[in-house]
Design a protein around this ligand. Structure first.
Ligand SMILES: C[S@@+](CC[C@H](N)C(=O)[O-])C[C@H]1O[C@@H](n2cnc3c(N)ncnc32)[C@H](O)[C@@H]1O
Length: 436
């Protein structure tokens, strides 16, 4: 028997989707608050609904607008979310149509909005009746068809005229789950054997040193030794960064934008004895780095600081390696964070590019001669990536770009770019800068 505080998967998902669409809140933050109210057995479905609806949002909003006589009032944004969710189930999931419709109506009742039941029922049944015409109209509408607002499409088209459709399609897919084996604890084959024993189907993740690709995403609780630090969840594109840093023993390393600590952990797994200073501007995110390192049984010096304001945190000792995993639009990882499509604004791109430039310029003097700075983003926009590095090299004659023997991704005039959808990994940018 469900507890009185328990929400159905659909009702909880309606709250989350409404908060992201209506209040511009982050999907991860809303989900983590809301999932506690959902019965454990229904949490997977609740997440599937939230991610799915946000991935398909432009198409679902296009259909909803044509099915409604007038938009919902702001106080009924949960009902709007239920309509989007009903359409999502009818179009994308194998939920039988009668169940998708009746459960959507029931969720409105559970939200004490009985009045909405008839409206939701009528809209969803109208969609079923008119789906051929509605879907034909949708196919003619670029935003709805490619699942991105016009400004996103314009930027992808401008930067990647040959690849923008493939990028949009990849952004709308559910991503695979990838792991990084902690090489301090065991090797990749030994961990693959443990996964097989645990009944988790997986294979080596090509082009990575420690990566594993799971056939199907699963809860970390099913991963052997996860809580004991034997493996971490991390996309392969992010795993390539540690190798680019060319880490050696007894180095002093700055991880300038470190939270939640995915790459901090990896660089320490490579050389646990090194001194790693891990900074993040968001004090509340430092505990995530701490949790990750504690789980991996590794240690770094953690500081909450604006890395670009070096006077506020730097002790005057230079670094052998600096990683700037810069704040960015996230235009390469939309498949993992579909709310990015709704939360970002076009003006964020130049604002983020200014922050990135400041980080690059202000941290460069902290690098030792012959030291290496690696600049990365999870963006696919050139303004944050190759154009940023081209301008940096023009401003800093004592910097040269290194071209590693094994390129981490497709070679660009400056740096390397993974595009979403070009292989199994996230969209990601890398540049290696040596100080002469
Ligand atoms: C892409 S995330 C870093 C991911 C992390 N490197 C990892 O692998 O887990 C960017 C981080 O930069 C932080 N950040 C943004 N501006 C910063 C600044 N000026 N100084 C330090 N950290 C900053 C953000 O709080 C965010 O946690």
């Amino acid at each position: 028997m469900a507890k009185s505080s328990t929400l159905s998967a659909r009702s909880a998902a309606a709250e989350v989707v409404a908060a992201v669409i209506g209040d511009q809140r982050s999907l991860t933050a809303c989900l983590s608050q809301c999932l506690d109210k959902v019965d454990e057995r229904d949490r997977g479905f609740c997440q599937q609904l939230c991610y799915g609806v946000l991935r398909c949002y432009p198409a679902l909003a296009f259909l909803a607008e044509r099915l409604l006589k007038k938009p919902f009032r702001n106080k009924d944004k949960d009902i709007n979310a239920l309509l989007l969710m009903g359409l999502y189930q009818l179009r994308e999931l194998r939920t039988p149509a009668h169940a998708a419709i009746s459960e959507t109506v029931n969720a409105a009742k559970q939200r004490r909005k009985q009045w909405a039941g008839g409206l939701l029922n009528a809209c969803l049944r109208n969609y079923q009746r008119q789906s051929a015409e509605l879907e034909a109209a949708l196919a003619e509408h670029a935003e709805a068809r490619y699942g991105h607002a016009d400004w996103w499409l314009k930027h992808y088209q401008q930067d990647w005229p040959e690849n923008w459709q493939q990028i949009c399609e990849a952004n709308n897919q559910q991503p695979p789950m990838m792991l990084r084996v902690n090489r301090q604890r065991l090797n990749r084959q030994a961990y693959l054997d443990k996964l097989a024993e645990a009944g988790v189907d997986a294979q080596i993740l090509q082009d990575t040193d420690d990566g594993i690709l799971l056939s199907t995403p699963c809860d970390v609780g099913r991963l052997p030794g996860f809580f004991d630090g034997e493996a971490s969840v991390q996309d392969g594109a992010a795993q390539k960064v540690a190798a680019l840093l060319d880490i050696r023993p007894e180095q002093r390393i700055l991880d300038a934008c470190a939270a939640p600590g995915g790459k901090t952990g990896h660089m320490l797994e490579v050389e646990p004895g090194n001194t790693v200073v891990a900074l993040d501007i968001a004090p509340q995110r430092l505990s995530q780095i701490d949790d990750n390192l504690t789980r991996l049984k590794l240690a770094a010096q953690l500081k909450a600081a604006d890395a670009a304001d070096t006077a506020s945190w730097w002790d005057g000792e230079k670094f052998d390696r600096i990683l700037i995993d810069a704040p960015c639009t996230g235009s390469g990882v939309i498949r993992r964070h579909p709310d990015i499509k709704l939360l970002r604004r076009p003006e964020d791109i130049p604002a983020l590019a200014r922050q990135q430039q400041q980080l690059l310029d202000n941290l460069w003097p902290l690098l030792k001669a012959d030291g290496l700075m690696v600049y990365t983003t999870c963006s696919a926009f050139k303004q944050e990536n190759e154009q940023q590095i081209e301008a940096f090299l023009q401003r800093h004659p004592d910097a040269e770009e290194l071209r590693p023997a094994t390129p981490p991704a497709r070679s660009r005039p400056f740096g390397y770019q993974h595009l979403p959808g070009s292989d199994v990994m996230d969209g990601f940018y890398y540049a290696c800068l040596r100080r002469r």
